[in-house]
Structures are given as structure tokens and as C-alpha cells.
Design a protein around this ligand. Structure first.
Ligand SMILES: Nc1ncnc2c1ncn2[C@@H]1O[C@H](COP(=O)(O)OP(=O)(O)OP(=O)(O)O)[C@@H](O)[C@H]1O
Length: 466
């Protein structure tokens, strides 16, 4: 009796799988701002690496996955091994899965031995089991003393050997080999093939992702041919491989321009794809069961939210924070305070933007100097109720450069105005500066100032440099 007369046990069942990746937008400042506040045009960046994939793999089968570069082979094997999630659809796995991929799965800073331990723990092996198998794994890997070196120092062939050795000793029901052996040397590949045949004969299920048609023919009962994210054919190796080879021959014969044209058309279809297209495909594929299909789709779609995209609330928050930040920046480039700018935004924008705040040496030094800082409102009042002369005297006050006991004469100063401003008598200034003729004082001339009894004036002078 032939084996295939038995009831077949499904090990992998994929239904209506899709995988959408978000392509990074072309780098320019406009796109950066858009992506910051999450308003990128969605359809321009969605790329459907897998479109409506359905197939079943049964116990004991070895199934090859073939296709041109970028067809979606690794994406599919990563979904099956649980490393990434599908966008829509379902994948039912009946058993444990292990995967060996040319570039995946190793912790580069750990040694080979530590990686063996880590991987074994990840598939649920106990410490005792790991200890029992460690020597066999190391021997199978042929890495000798290099097993205790960090994996980052390994060649790609050495990594493949380590990965394959770990996998064959994990003894899982389903094994996925994604180009894992393409970089190994011939003796190791032959040894590995023998091991794989052994597994297949034991009834394990194997998925082989490969560009090598000879190995695929030799190993696999069935083959899935992926083309730009779609299943182009799924059948026996005898049927599908010649079809694929014919296609590859046809493609090679095309001129460079025709090849590019073909690729661009296919890639555009991957960009234009959507869940609506998928739904229509499913309905047209199977009208009678469309309701059930809708349910399967919904299950997948519930998990297919673009998590990295901002919610509406977050977008509002980011926008508000950005506006606040920009506003504060503008206020810092004006001569008013934030609260004044909010009270009269129009006046702020038209009259105060890019006007530097008046800088006084007394700024920020206690009550008096703070109260001297002109707010927009105070300024308005001042300009309407004070004479020009008074304003200029005030500004002269603000610009005084004095110390505790000295004062530098400003343009327009007179003995009496200095005495008035300081709240001290003319006589006391004269007494302290007997050598100075106050009828002939000039800007920049330094005179001595007696200590004042007026606390505010004293504060004015406190600690100010010459
Ligand atoms: N993280 C990602 N973000 C965006 N696009 C991706 C991502 N991963 C894969 N892709 C794209 O998905 C498509 C399928 O990639 P995948 O690696 O599955 O192809 P493949 O058939 O394994 O290719 P190869 O034979 O070259 O290994 C490619 O166009 C690839 O650029």
C-alpha cells in the first residue's frame, strides 16, 4: 500500500495570507515633518510583499519555496516560523517549528556555545537535555575550538554550520531551511542533506527555501512558486520546477529594458494592492464560502493595525506640542512675554516679532529691575502717558553702568539729574568728587557716588560691573 492512501495530517495551513510593509518615504524635509505628525499619504508607502497566499503542507512532506529575488520567500518562512506577523489571513501550525536562515537568528556577541544554549532554551529544552546534546551539536558543527569564539567572528559558512547543527538537534516537527545551506562547504552540505532525508523519512515536515533547483528537485515532493508576492504555482516538484525554469529562461532572454518594465509592473501591483482587492479575489475565487472567508479575513485584519502610526489623539497632541514649541521660539525672538503674546497674538505678530528685548544690565536682579521690564501692555501705557523726555530719562536710568561707589557719566547727564536719579543730594556728590568740575563733565567720565539711603537705588547699583 502506498503511504499517501493514509489520512493526511495537516502541519501548516495558510489561508489568505498577506504581508504589508511600510516603505520608508523618500527623505526630504517635507516628508520628515509629515511622518512626525503622522499624516503621510498611506497608499504611497504600503508595499504588499505577500498577496493572498493559501496552501497546505502535510506531515512528512518536504516542500520547496522558489521564486525570483524579492518574491516573498523569506517573508513567508518568517511568518510560518512566527518571527513576524501576517497582515491578514490565518496560518495554522500543528507542531513545533525551527528555522535556519542564512542571516538570521544568531546573537553575534555570544559565542557559538552560548548560542546553542540560547536557541535550545528558546525551543523549551531543559538544562539537562542541553547538557546531554551539547557535545553532539558541537561535533556536528565541525567548529572545533571556534565554538567558544563570538559568532561575529565567524564566516557565513561557519554560521550556517552552527545554525544547522542546532536545528537538527532541536528535533522539531517542522523544519524551515531558508538558504541555510547555500553557503556551507560540500562535505557539510552532503552530511546535512543525509540528515534531512533521515528526518523526512521519520515523518518530519520540511520547508526548503532555495534558488538551487537541483537541490529542490532532489529534496522536495512539492514546490510553491512565489512571484512578486503571489503563488504562481503549487504542485509536485515535477510539475512546478520545469514551469519555473521556463519562466526564468523567458525572463533572462528579455532585454534589460523589458526586464525592468516587467519588474516595475509587478512592483506597482504590489503597491496598488489593498484589503479590498483581497476581499474581491476571495469572493471571486470562492463565491459559496465567501461569508466564512470574510470571517477569516476579519480575524487577521483585527491584528493588522499599523501600530507605528499615531492615533488621532496622538496626532493632535504632537501638532499642539509643535505649535507651542514654535510659538515659544517666536516669543524668544520678540520683545514681549509669552502671556502678552497670547493676550494679543495679532499685535504680537505684527509689531513685536523679531524685536529684541531691551537688554539692561539690571535685568533679572530683583523686584525693581523686573518691574522695569516692559510688557506689551505697560509699554502701551507708558507711550501714551509719559512725555518723550521722561522716556529718555528712564532709558538713561536703565543703561547706567555703576558700581557701589562709582558712576559713569551718560550722554545728557547733569549733576542734578544724577543726584535725582540716585536719590542723593548734589552736595554729597560734589563732596565726594572735589577735583571734578561738574560744569565740564563728559560721557564716560567716572565719578564717585556716595552710598544711598534709598534701598531701591542701592539695589540698582548692587554688584553691577563698571
Ligand atoms: N522589513 C521590510 N520592509 C519593507 N520591505 C520589505 C521588508 N522585508 C522584506 N521586504 C520586501 O518584501 C519583498 C519580499 O522580500 P523577501 O525577503 O521575502 O524576498 P525573497 O523572495 O526571500 O528574496 P531573496 O530570494 O532575494 O532572498 C521584497 O521586495 C523586499 O524588499
Amino acid at each position: 500500500m502506498k503511504k499517501d492512501k493514509k489520512v493526511k495530517i495537516s502541519k501548516i495551513k495558510a489561508q489568505y495570507l498577506t504581508k504589508k510593509f511600510e516603505l520608508l518615504p523618500v527623505k526630504n524635509s517635507g516628508n520628515k515633518v509629515k511622518s512626525l505628525i503622522g499624516v503621510n499619504d498611506k497608499n504611497q508607502t504600503d508595499f504588499w510583499a505577500l498577496r493572498n497566499i493559501s496552501f497546505t503542507v502535510y506531515e512528512g512532506e518536504c516542500v520547496g519555496i522558489i521564486g525570483l529575488n524579492g518574491a516573498g520567500k523569506s517573508t513567508l518562512s518568517n511568518i510560518i516560523s512566527g518571527q513576524i506577523a501576517q497582515t491578514t489571513g490565518q496560518v495554522e501550525i500543528n507542531g513545533d517549528v525551527s528555522i535556519i536562515a542564512a542571516n538570521a537568528g544568531m546573537e553575534n556577541n555570544l559565542s557559538g556555545r552560548e548560542n546553542i544554549r540560547l536557541k535550545a532554551l528558546m525551543v523549551g529544552m531543559t538544562n539537562k537535555e542541553i547538557k546531554a546534546k551539547m557535545d553532539d551539536i558541537i561535533e556536528f558543527s565541525e567548529l572545533g575550538p571556534f565554538i567558544d569564539q563570538p559568532v561575529k567572528t565567524y564566516s557565513s559558512g561557519m554560521k550556517a554550520k552552527l545554525g544547522f547543527s542546532i536545528m537538527v538537534h532541536q528535533d522539531t516537527d517542522i523544519m524551515i531551511i531558508d538558504e541555510g545551506l547555500s553557503v556551507g562547504d560540500k562535505t557539510f552540505v552532503d552530511k546535512s542533506k543525509a540528515k534531512m532525508f533521515e528526518f523526512r523519512d521519520k515523518g518530519k515536515t520540511i520547508l526548503l527555501v532555495s534558488h538551487d533547483m537541483r537541490t529542490t528537485k532532489e529534496w522536495c515532493d512539492k514546490v510553491i512558486w512565489l512571484n512578486y508576492g503571489e503563488v504562481k504555482a503549487y504542485g509536485t516538484a515535477e510539475e512546478v520546477i520545469p514551469e519555473y525554469e521556463q519562466f526564468a529562461k523567458w525572463f533572462k532572454k528579455l532585454s534589460k529594458k523589458e526586464q525592468d518594465q516587467y519588474k516595475n509592473t509587478q512592483r506597482q501591483a504590489q503597491l496598488d494592492y489593498s484589503v479590498d482587492v483581497l476581499k474581491n479575489d476571495i469572493i471571486s475565487q470562492n463565491n459559496t464560502r465567501s461569508r466564512q472567508m470574510g470571517k477569516v479575513l476579519t480575524v487577521g485584519l483585527n491584528n493588522s493595525k499599523d501600530n507605528h502610526k499615531l492615533s488621532l489623539l496622538s496626532k493632535c497632541f504632537v501638532a499642539l506640542a509643535s505649535i507651542t514649541f514654535i510659538w515659544i521660539m517666536l516669543v524668544s525672538l520678540s520683545d514681549v512675554t509669552v502671556s502678552d503674546s497670547i493676550k494679543s497674538p495679532f499685535d504680537f505678530v505684527t509689531n513685536h516679532l523679531f524685536k529684541a528685548k531691551p537688554v539692561t544690565k539690571n535685568q533679572g536682579r530683583g523686584k525693581k529691575s523686573n518691574s522695569n521690564q516692559s510688557s506689551m501692555t505697560n509699554k502701551k501705557k507708558a507711550s501714551s502717558s509719559h512725555s518723550k523726555k521722561k522716556s529718555s530719562t528712564e532709558s538713561s536710568k536703565e543703561n547706567k553702568a555703576v558700581t557701589d561707589s562709582t558712576y559713569s557719566i551718560q550722554d545728557g547727564d547733569s549733576l542734578s539729574s544724577i543726584a535725582d536719579n540716585k536719590g542723593i543730594s548734589v552736595e554729597s556728590i560734589q563732596a565726594l568728587n572735589p577735583d571734578i568740575d561738574f560744569n565740564l563733565i563728559y560721557p564716560g567720565q567716572v565719578i564717585k557716588i556716595p552710598a544711598s539711603t534709598d534701598s531701591s537705588t542701592a539695589k540698582d547699583n548692587e554688584g553691577v560691573g563698571q
